[in-house]
Design a protein around this ligand. Sequence first.
Ligand SMILES: O=C(O)CCC(=O)C(=O)O
Ligand SMILES: [Fe+2]
Length: 544
Amino acid sequence: MGTALSGGRWVSGGARGDVNAWVTPAELAEGGCSLLAAIVEDLTQQLRSQFAAQGYDVSGRASFQLACYPGGGARYVRHADASGSSPGRCITALLYLNPSDWNPQADGGQLALYNYSSMDGPQGLGFLSGEPAVVIAPLGGRLVVFESHLEHEVLPAHRERYSVTAWLYRGDASAGGGAGRSVGEDPGGSGYSEDGGADAAGCGGAAQDGVAWQSAQRPSTAAPPPPAAVRQEGLGAEEVWRGRIFVSIPAYRDAECAWTLKDLFLKADHPDRVFAGVAWQCRFALLDARRAAGPCAARAAAEALWRGEEFVLQIDAHMRFVRGWDVKCIQQLQRAEVASAAGRAVLSAYPPGYEGAGAAAAVPEDAPATVVEASGFDAEGMLRLRGSFSRASLLRDAPYCPLLRHLFFGEEAYQLARLWTRGYDVFAPAAPLAFHQWERGARAASYQGDGRVVAAERAEAQARVLRVLGSAGPAPAGGASAGRQQGPSGGGVGRSCAGAGAGDGSGADAACWEPGGIWGLGLERTLQELEQHCGVRFAERRIM
Ligand SMILES: O=C(O)CCC(=O)C(=O)O
Ligand SMILES: [Fe+2]
């Protein structure tokens, strides 16, 4: 790393206790850190494309910095990266390069992120003086991304703490470097200019376009959306940064749906931050009930109504909620993320039931929290295990599969396996967050469609799920019958499959169901590890 840094310069100071150096990916590679160089380049490109798609102008240059806090209480006082002297910075992305055994309690060095500006002078009181903040431990491999105008600080680090930072600039910020290069800003003026970036990221190639588009999509900067990927550890209810929650609701001719929606907003502490997407076989997707294809297809249709909210709650159309469910969900998820190996967590449970319906629905007073466990396989080999709460990244990593037509039972185990193998840990909420109407009585029980078609499509969906879970022999007609072990070489297959809606299992779609494909298992952990974890043998259809 020393060589890589040789082109940079080192600074150190009281307000900022790190030593750091500006680098370019090329310099990193030259200095022997080619893997890091590749990661940084790839990350920059992906961030550019994702932020551009959300209407941000990130068409300017990018700059990169390596930093080491030497320990001994080194810190960086509260500041914003896009300040008077570097106003062109739009997005800050921090990748921590620390060992995996970083212990926040002993090693400190957390990033404290504020979603409001200090009222107490330039540095404010800071987190250690009791100001509420989102606090993020610098665990190795953790990526933190936020809008550069947000104030933040590095709490005292008691151990060497490494990071690489990428800043993405607005298109109008790079020209001539005239936008005020500051103390600590790139030396030499050129920084790292990613000339190909506009193309690769689909920004339209011209900063001008980017700016125009931005103002069309995001009319105001008065209330910027909260940071994209933050985690908080162990703070009180009043100190939690509260994000927006997208609630995905598939409903099939369900009279309870309106009541579910009413209760959802009534019981939220911050109903203004709750956005419901209802696929009703509103931001509404109105589906023809005669063409309804079961809950997976309806959940996929509801997910398509997502508009960038940070969190996603997936529920049924017949549910009630505890008061303050929104804040409680976020808090519990944040705790789960701290406990999760990869920092990726999903809350999921079979919620306790409520009695009655409509205005007369009665929610239990002291319902215990429920834990999901594998209970057994049914006659069709489907593992019976339900709603979830997670970061919106789940919609990208493991969206509901619209091709699994008429699949009712078995989607939970399939979904669990997809999440697990993509590094997500599933946690039961510590206290009930919602209640479910288990009594089917008044609900539409059967489809209006042709029973034989429904049965055939369900059988095909079940066969697909069983195959992904390794508990079925032959593939469904047209599916891939060989090469299951092959897997695609990268994650790209999933992305290219996402738009493939044919659902006929034709050759072109086969890779989607393979490991690494969008509908297949992920590549980060194995199904065998999940089996061990849950005490299930899918191949033998047995609970251990
Ligand atoms: O390393 C961190 O967590 C934050 C560093 C920082 O704020 C900066 O370099 O501007
Ligand atoms: Fe910073």
